[in-house]
Every structure is written in C-alpha cells, then in structure tokens.
Ligand binder design. Structure first.
Ligand code: MN
Length: 192
C-alpha cells in the first residue's frame, strides 16, 4: 500500500506561494480557457496580445490518491476580466461526484460559483477569514471580483479526481459579469 509519512508544508498567507519549493505550481493562462469565456473575441485578443496568467495552484503530487488521504494546497486567482466576465478558474465536478471540498480564503475577494448536475446554482462570497463548503455533487469554480490576487487554501479527499470535461463541453448555467462596477450573476447564453 502506498503511504506517506507525516509532514508540514509552508504557504504564504498573502501570496499563497510555497516558498520552500516543495509544492510546485500549475499555471493556467487565458489561452488554456478561450472557449470557457462568453466573449471569445476578447479572450482571443488577450492571447494575441501575449496571453495572461489566470491562476495557479500549488499541490503535492506525492500524496497518494486513496480514499483516506487528503489533498491540500493553495490557489492564486489573478484579478482581471475577459470582456465583462471576471477572471475565473476552469471549474470542475469531482470524478467521484459524492466528494466535497473546503476552500478557506486567505487574501483577496471573490466568489465560489457552484452548480449541481440537476441545475441548482449557488454563488457564495469569498473574503479573507471565511471558509466555503462545497458539498458533494456540486461543480465549483472560483471567480476574482476584486482588484488583487484572490488566494484560497483547499482540502479534499485525495481520490476524488477532477472532471473538467463536463464543464468544458456544457459550460456553467450562470456567469458572473461586471455591471456598473459590481459583480452580477446572469444566465449563460452559451449554456448547452
Ligand atoms: Mn474540487
């Protein structure tokens, strides 16, 4: 059986970064998510202009993907918009749908957009010092509605897995866009 010894890992409270270098960042750029944004022309213009980093996350690949283990790490979502839609993560269901997750906000400001396969939707504000509970069965995506990086710390069951494909194909039922300088949730006109 694959096991791991007890250990601790450093994460900066403001930047989210693992300065010791023991957890490595995975980065996602606008070019990785052009089809996920409503205004694809705006996304393509950003890519043509040299691309932009949307988010990165630090996670340990060494943690075994078994039901009893937990994966944890930080996510750093940068501020910005594609058209009037705020920078966001890809979003996913867990491959094992019945597994939840916790996100604790360290710095910045934003929201967690969630939906179930049956079409329930929820938008929960994320501010420093608050923890969002993502229940089993809810797809989840973080959205940066502020002007600085939004940093959160996450923990989930290690064998849960990530189903990105469903969201990539269908999109979310809702979008979060800026209207009169404020974030507003609207229906996604592209939802399939
Ligand atoms: Mn997750």
């Amino acid at each position: 059986m694959n096991t791991i010894a007890p250990f601790s890992l450093d994460f900066d409270l403001i930047t989210g970064m693992c300065k010791s270098g023991r957890a490595k960042p995975t980065q996602r750029f606008v070019s990785n998510m052009v089809s996920q944004f409503n205004d694809r022309a705006a996304a393509e213009a950003i890519v043509r202009g040299g691309d932009q980093l949307l988010y990165e996350f630090y996670e340990l690949s060494q943690i075994p993907e078994t039901a009893g283990d937990l994966k944890f790490g930080t996510s750093i979502l940068y501020p910005g918009k594609v058209g009037d839609e705020y920078f966001m993560t890809k979003g996913h269901f867990h491959t094992i749908l019945d597994t939840g997750e916790v996100y604790y906000t360290l710095s910045g400001r934003g929201a967690m957009l969630m939906e179930t396969p049956e079409g329930e939707t929820s938008l929960v504000e994320m501010t420093p010092g608050s923890a969002v509970y993502v229940p089993p069965r809810w797809a989840h995506r973080t959205i940066n509605t502020g002007g600085e990086p939004m940093v959160s710390f996450f923990v989930f069951r290690s064998d849960a897995g990530h189903d990105y494909g469903t969201i990539e194909q269908k999109g979310y039922r809702k979008l979060v866009v800026e209207r009169d300088g404020k974030p507003v949730m609207i229906d996604n006109p592209r939802w399939a």
